[in-house]
Design a protein around this ligand. Structure first.
Ligand code: ATP
Length: 265
């Protein structure tokens, strides 16, 4: 059988701090096919960010490993671009320069200056941010900053886009706009995406698969739900769609019946 494009293989992660060991993840096995949009959902503190960081190469697995496109992941690299909840734009650079910096880093050998400029502008267009290209991050809204972060990540042409609650800090309307943008971009570019979210509707609307994590310590994947809704998806039409309602209910049942949130002591 052929390998999935992204494979998390029997991964376990134990942190050691001042001689105290805490097992955060155990026996994580997940395969993601090229072009799939996969969400990870689970209660706070179960280890979702740790899992994403392992794929990003920011954390090393204690056991098992991560394989992307037949190569083992051991360190961060431009083939895995991460967008965090709180934007990580450089405040002294313009919107354009923030994206251009990533473009120059990845494509300085492969594209000419003019091509790198065009590529930067193309990615700003994708997220509809060309109009603010000369602004600094402090001069634009939170939603706009996340758009720029997404443009910067897309501009690196990563093999997998890693989104750690990218819309978590935004108001509901801005969030909906950005979800629609992301769906449109995924629809046209076919990116492989791994996204952490706490929002059940967001997970169902955007995903092909929803990975549901059990509570920690030693959290693992409790269930993977396929979302069989055809694309392109329209949020208003889906609200009354039985398949959408069924998927939403499955995730809610998992989170609130099978895996109650227990507040850490
Ligand atoms: N570098 C670290 N050293 C020690 N413990 C860590 C480290 N990083 C994370 N942890 C612990 O691992 C557990 C899982 O954290 P993680 O941030 O992955 O969870 P999460 O599901 O993403 O949480 P949330 O939904 O609240 O963002 C937590 O108990 C956290 O304290």
């Amino acid at each position: 059988m052929s390998q999935p494009y992204l494979k998390i293989d029997q991964v376990g992660k134990t942190f050691s701090r001042r001689g105290v060991e805490s097992e955060v993840l155990r026996d994580i096995n997940l395969g993601v096919e090229k072009g799939q949009f996969v969400s990870i959902i689970g209660h706070s503190g179960c280890g979702k960010s740790t899992m994403l960081n392992l794929v990003a190469g920011l954390t090393q697995a204690t056991t098992g490993g991560v394989i992307l496109d037949n190569r083992e992941v051991n360190s961060p690299g431009p083939d895995r671009a991460v967008v965090f909840q709180n934007h990580s734009l450089l405040p002294w650079l313009s919107v354009y320069a923030n994206v251009r910096l990533a473009v120059d880093k990845v494509f300085s050998g492969a594209k000419t200056r003019a091509q790198r400029h065009d590529w930067t502008m193309h990615n700003l267009e994708l997220v509809q941010m060309v109009h603010a290209r000369d602004k600094r991050p402090s001069e634009i809204s939170g939603g706009m900053k996340q758009r720029v972060g997404i443009a910067r990540a897309l501009a690196m042409e990563p093999k997998v886009l890693l989104l750690d609650e990218p819309f978590g800090a935004l108001d509901a309307l801005t969030r909906a706009h950005l979800q629609d943008s992301l769906m449109r971009i995924h629809g046209s570019l076919g990116n492989t995406v791994l996204m952490i979210t706490h929002d059940v509707d967001e997970a169902v609307l955007l995903s092909d698969q929803i990975v549901m994590m059990t509570n920690g310590p030693a959290a693992t994947i409790g269930e993977v739900l396929s979302v069989p809704l055809p694309r392109p998806r329209e949020r208003l039409e889906l609200a009354a769609d039985p398949a959408y309602i069924g998927a939403r209910e499955s995730v809610l049942r998992f989170l609130y019946e099978r895996q109650h949130f227990v507040e850490a002591a």
